[in-house]
Design a protein around this ligand. Structure first.
Ligand code: ATP
Length: 276
């Protein structure tokens, strides 16, 4: 038991509560005291977490609590924001991603990202998926590239819907199909971690259900981290949940435990809808 929070004290940013039931899977992503500033504003304070491989970890918390900022630390997307300053350590398989030796382009292939709004390139379905393997030199022959495109679309659950019309623009697909195309594009470069920032927020309930099924299938082979505003979605798709509040990681543990037995009053208030 490592609860170090006074549950009565909802104001002071206390140390994170880590539930004492770790996942059976090995740790894939670990952060140590990660803080982020945008200019003079501190958006994240000393976030330390250990995220297991082959499973889904959900980041939840009220708007502006730093979930997306933290997600972007994992593949160095904050490097693209001029005012952002990141400190602390982010390790993938024990390797520091903030090291100068790490090429962010290679890192972002290892750690793919799916955004709120589907963002296919203005290219054909085929070229959307083939783009990454081409720039990373993963296929030398056309048939190898064809095989990667097909396998990626199959893994993303889109193949049956697009087979025979791969030359069609990706942007002509429905929103849910576009989101699966973007997931296929991420899968095509053999990622180890897939970050999803509210991947269903622009989708209707049917397309959302399809993406949630896909997330459930992908967890067998990848470390998935999903930011969501929907607690129902976090409960449905994730095995681990991290609750953030005002830039602090408040509580982290197995999803079922977090939802049935939160240790911190702020987590309790959020999951029971008292704020957020
Ligand atoms: N590019 C940026 N420049 C300046 N401040 C930023 C930037 N991005 C985020 N912030 C600030 O950092 C804080 C955390 O924002 P972030 O988007 O990470 O929160 P979030 O929990 O993902 O929010 P939401 O659920 O609304 O998407 C907020 O105060 C936000 O205004």
């Amino acid at each position: 038991m490592v609860s170090v929070t006074d549950p009565q004290n909802t104001a002071a940013p206390a140390a994170t509560v880590y539930h004492d039931q770790p996942s059976a899977n090995p740790i894939k992503v670990e952060t140590r005291s990660v803080s982020v500033r945008y200019g003079d504003t501190q958006a994240l304070h000393d976030v330390s977490i250990r995220i297991p491989d082959r499973g889904v970890t959900a980041f939840i918390g009220p708007s502006g609590c730093g979930k997306s900022t933290f997600l972007r630390c994992i593949n160095r997307m904050n490097d693209t924001i001029d005012s952002a300053r990141v400190s602390g350590s982010v390790l993938i398989d024990g390797e520091e991603v903030n090291s100068r030796a790490v090429d962010p382009v290679v890192l972002r292939a290892r750690v793919g990202m799916v955004f709120q709004k589907p963002n296919p390139f203005p290219k054909s379905i085929y070229d959307n998926v083939a783009y990454g393997p081409r720039i990373h030199g993963l296929a030398t022959k056309r048939e190898d590239l064809d095989a990667i495109v097909e396998a990626s679309l199959r893994k993303a659950g889109l193949w049956a819907e697009v087979e025979g019309r791969l030359g069609m623009p990706g942007t002509a697909l429905s929103g849910g199909q576009q989101q699966r195309l973007v997931i296929a594009r991420a899968i095509a470069v053999n990622p180890e971690v897939i970050l999803m920032d509210e991947p269903c927020s622009a989708l209707d309930p049917i397309a959302t259900a399809r993406i949630e099924e896909l997330i459930d299938e992908l967890r067998e082979n990848y470390c998935l981290i999903i930011v969501t505003h929907s607690m129902a979605q976090a409960a449905r798709v994730s095995q681990m949940t991290a609750f953030f509040h005002l830039g602090h990681l408040v509580e982290y543990g197995p999803t079922e435990d977090m939802f049935t037995n939160p240790h911190d009053a702020r987590t309790q208030d959020y999951i029971t809808g008292r704020f957020g």
